[in-house]
Design a protein around this ligand. Structure first.
Ligand code: BGC
Length: 811
């Protein structure tokens, strides 16, 4: 069952009921000002950091679900409704929500009034624009009142949610014509404020929530709206809000537009106040001036669309498969931008206060984003590297506002360092910018400890080598990619967190996954050593890689698949000897991608075992059999009920590793089969089972052992986005940026006859047509470029701003 459809031409998903199985959301904003918006206009806005600069308030896991947003109310002669259905929830004559790239358009119609709101965050501006178009579609004149509503958050979302003894006394607002200002905390260290403006005269306003609502009322029936009269309340403490009241008169067929602007501003420290002590509103006036007419808003909206068009032309496929085109050209790349911006901080599953930018997460997100805006990827790499610790380890997370490593979470995730090598290599392959390796970057955000980025990669590499366990495999530390596999962590006391107590018998648990990852990432380190002229070091590094490969094959292979780990007692994890958790997905993907056992047969066997034991109709589960009881020796992984999350859920993030691994051994049919199992466009028809947005990937789909097999959770912010883009664009379609050119090495389903990819690469456009006359999966027979036969399947770097045409024949 579907709840909408794709409109590929407009690059939108069109939802035709407010009652989707869960709020289906979208993201507005591309740089600093961001908003989350659901299909009923729920959600919130923040500046840079969802925790520290939260602009509007949201109530996670409150009821009704999706509690709070930017809401409009229409009071049409006592008939009250909201264009986005919520919060009033009156039946509408028509409803539609179109989620597009960086904007959302919600339309509601009732009693001959059509209200359409376009929400977007303009490029290079710290505000959300809400264009409310009102049309009288009937034959009689209409006179009605429109009320806007947003609730301010007192900036630090974490504190806002709990420190009421203080916060109920701090709220301050100012009112200036049709602009309502939120200036809480402006008297102390803060230099920022927010405002909500409408470009029309208002009949009244409210800034005190409890006055606006009236006692015991909810947002569905605020006093101001039901009595059709704003109270002109001026908040003093408690909960400041902003609500305008505008009277609208429309003749039959007439249309009017109101432009609302929700903005964030900062003042220089010495210009916070006016001489009379009021807020210095100059930056707000400027921002309002930029967008306060239909013409200006039109222009800003067109700019946003152009921006997205230009980003998406960096990689574009034309194939006979509409769903593939839709995923590759629009939604997967869009999600990659969102994960790049948000890491794992703010979604409808991540509260914005828990996690900031993840070291592992953001390095991975970069893999799906780097071709879109390489300069921003560069900046991100330097930010991430600056949180690396001197020993090569890394803070697992940092807050985007401060860019400082989060001490509370610390480090000791054994895979973290290697992700930096992987992302830097991806960036250099995309851009050819080897100079980044010479950038001076602090360790631990301490300028005194700064060293060239290359040194950071070296420490990453040796962090693994300096932390090997009894089998010569990397020590797992607190965890590796799988946060929940806590093999050195004991928790014996009920109620104790899984991750705080350590095994006193010695932290010797080892990770086969990180071993595989070392072999996967290592060759890039070797290549970068060579490019830096460090040939001896390259040789030495290669020896370590070879040794690791041997160790993985010798101690990390279980006969038919790769083991997952050794626990802190030296017992195997993910082995046929285990009672539960006999086989894990991650090492099969990573080790094969690294090329381990490809020539000697272990790789193929491992992937056959994946198919045999881990595959389901909705994708591959992370392990099997699921753990049925909690085991302190395994940690959090065994705390989940069978079939959920890391305990045998279908972890969409790792499925593309298997696709890439299948492509590595040449099985294109299988790689694409797996791709289609989890790519949202292919499973739109089971939206009622899947439950979450059919236009983006979710982190997890409940596995075969779960009661709700097939139901997704944690949509949007997941490494799934980047890895699926890597799997489809590089491993399956085979367009791989490399140090000296664009390598073409497809591994496609045998019945895929032809496709064309337009790829912008280092200042030239490559139009690459892949032909498969003999129905093979892999093997480049012939390459021509600009009509001439090419020597190899690496298309050269032209960097001439021109278009170049390549034909690649498989066979
Ligand atoms: C985290 C990832 C982690 C994965 C598996 C996700 O929630 O964001 O960093 O690798 O879970 O545990």
């Amino acid at each position: 069952m579907r709840f909408g459809h794709f409109d590929d031409k407009r690059r939108e998903y069109v939802i035709n009921t407010p009652k989707t199985p869960y709020p289906w959301i979208n993201y507005l904003g591309t740089q600093e000002f961001f908003s989350l918006i659901s299909n009923t206009a729920g959600g919130y806005s923040f500046y840079k950091d969802a925790r520290l600069r939260r602009i509007t308030r949201f109530r996670y896991n409150d009821i009704p679900v999706d509690s709070n947003g930017r809401y409009f109310y229409i009071n049409d002669g006592g008939e009250i409704w909201s264009p986005g259905f919520k919060p009033v929830q009156n039946k509408l004559d028509f409803y539609e929500c179109r989620h597009g790239l960086g904007y959302t358009i919600i339309t509601g119609r009732k009693n001959d009034i059509e209200a359409q709101v376009t929400f977007f965050v303009p490029i290079n501006a710290n505000c959300e624009i809400q264009r409310l178009k009102l049309k009288n579609v009937g034959s009689k004149n209409k006179k009605f009142n429109v009320y806007s509503f947003i609730e301010w958050c007192l900036w630090d979302a974490n504190d806002d949610d709990r420190n009421f003894q203080r916060n109920f006394s701090t709220g301050e607002v100012e009112i200036e014509g049709s602009t309502l200002y939120h200036k809480t905390e402006y008297r102390e260290r803060r230099n920022h404020f927010a405002f909500y403006h409408v470009n029309a005269d208002i009949r009244g306003f409210d800034t005190d929530r409890d006055t606006f609502l009236g006692q015991f009322n909810g947002l569905n029936n605020p006093d101001a709206v039901t009595r059709n009269k704003s109270f002109n309340s001026v908040a003093d403490g408690w909960s400041p809000i902003a609500s305008h009241n505008v009277e609208v008169v429309l003749a039959a067929g007439e249309e009017k537009e109101l432009i609302f602007i929700l903005g964030y501003c900062e003042n220089p420290a010495d210009k916070k106040f006016m001489p009379d002590g009021s807020l210095n509103k100059a930056p707000a006036h400027e921002l309002i001036e930029r967008f306060n007419t239909t013409e200006k808003a039109d222009k800003a909206f067109a700019e946003l669309n152009d921006y997205w068009s230009s980003l998406l032309t960096q990689f574009h496929i034309d194939s006979p498969d509409d769903k593939l085109n839709r995923m590759v050209n629009i939604w997967n790349q869009y999600q990659c931008m969102v994960t790049f911006n948000m890491s794992r901080s703010a979604s409808y599953f991540e509260s914005g206060v828990g996690r900031g930018m993840g070291f592992r997460d953001s390095n991975q997100d970069l893999l799906g984003f780097v071709h879109q805006i390489p300069t921003r990827a560069r900046e991100r790499i330097l930010d991430l590297a600056a949180t690396q610790l001197e020993d090569g380890g890394a803070y697992h997370q940092y807050q985007p506002l401060t860019k400082k490593g989060n001490n509370a979470i610390g480090g000791n995730f054994s895979d973290d360092p290697l992700w930096l090598i992987i992302s830097v290599a991806a960036y250099i392959k995309e851009t050819g910018d080897f100079d980044i390796l010479k950038e001076n970057v602090p360790f631990d955000n301490n300028e005194k400890l700064a060293a060239p980025l290359f040194e950071h990669l070296r420490r990453s590499f040796y962090h693994v080598i300096n932390n090997l366990g009894p089998h010569g495999l990397p020590l797992i530390g607190r965890a590796d990619w799988n946060d929940c596999l806590n093999l050195n962590c004991f928790s014996t006391e009920p109620g104790e967190s899984f991750q705080t107590t350590t095994n006193t018998e010695g932290k010797v648990a080892e990770s086969v996954l990180v071993g595989g990852m070392f072999v996967y990432a290592g060759p890039d380190f070797v290549e970068l050593c060579r490019r830096m002229g460090y040939n001896d070091e390259a040789k030495k590094a290669q020896q370590y890689i070879d040794k690791m490969e041997e160790a993985v094959l010798k101690y990390g292979y279980d006969g038919e698949w790769f083991l997952r780990a050794y626990d802190s007692f030296g017992k195997k994890v993910g082995s046929k000897e285990c009672e539960e958790g006999k086989i894990f997905l991650e090492p099969q993907g990573m080790c094969v991608m690294a090329g381990i056992g490809v020539k000697t047969g272990e790789a193929k066997k491992a992937l056959d075992s994946v198919k045999k034991y881990l595959d389901t109709k909705y994708g591959c589960v992370l392990l099997t059999p699921a753990y049925t009881k909690y085991s302190p020796a395994l940690g959090e992984i065994s705390s989940y009920p069978p079939g959920y999350k890391e305990n045998a859920g279908i972890f969409c993030h790792i499925n593309p590793w298997i696709m890439a691994a299948e492509a590595t051994i040449g099985r294109g049919d299988r790689a694409f089969e797996l791709y289609k199992k989890i790519a949202p466009a292919y499973i739109e028809d089971i939206s009622e089972i899947h439950k979450l947005e059919p236009y983006v990937y979710s982190q997890m789909v409940a596995g075969k052992d779960a009661k709700l097999f097939g139901q997704a959770k944690n949509s949007w912010l997941t490494g799934t986005a980047a890895w699926n883009f890597v799997a489809i664009s590089q491993f399956i379609l085979g367009i791989k940026p490399d140090y000296d050119g664009l390598k073409i090495d497809p591994c496609i389903p045998s019945d895929m006859k032809e496709y064309t990819v337009t790829r912008h690469f280092r200042n030239a456009d490559y139009v690459i047509t892949v032909k498969n006359p003999n129905g093979v999966c892999k093997g480049v027979k012939e390459v021509t470029i600009d009509g001439k036969k090419a020597e190899s399947n690496i298309l050269p770097v032209f960097a001439d701003g021109k278009k170049h045409t390549a034909t690649v024949v498989l066979g």
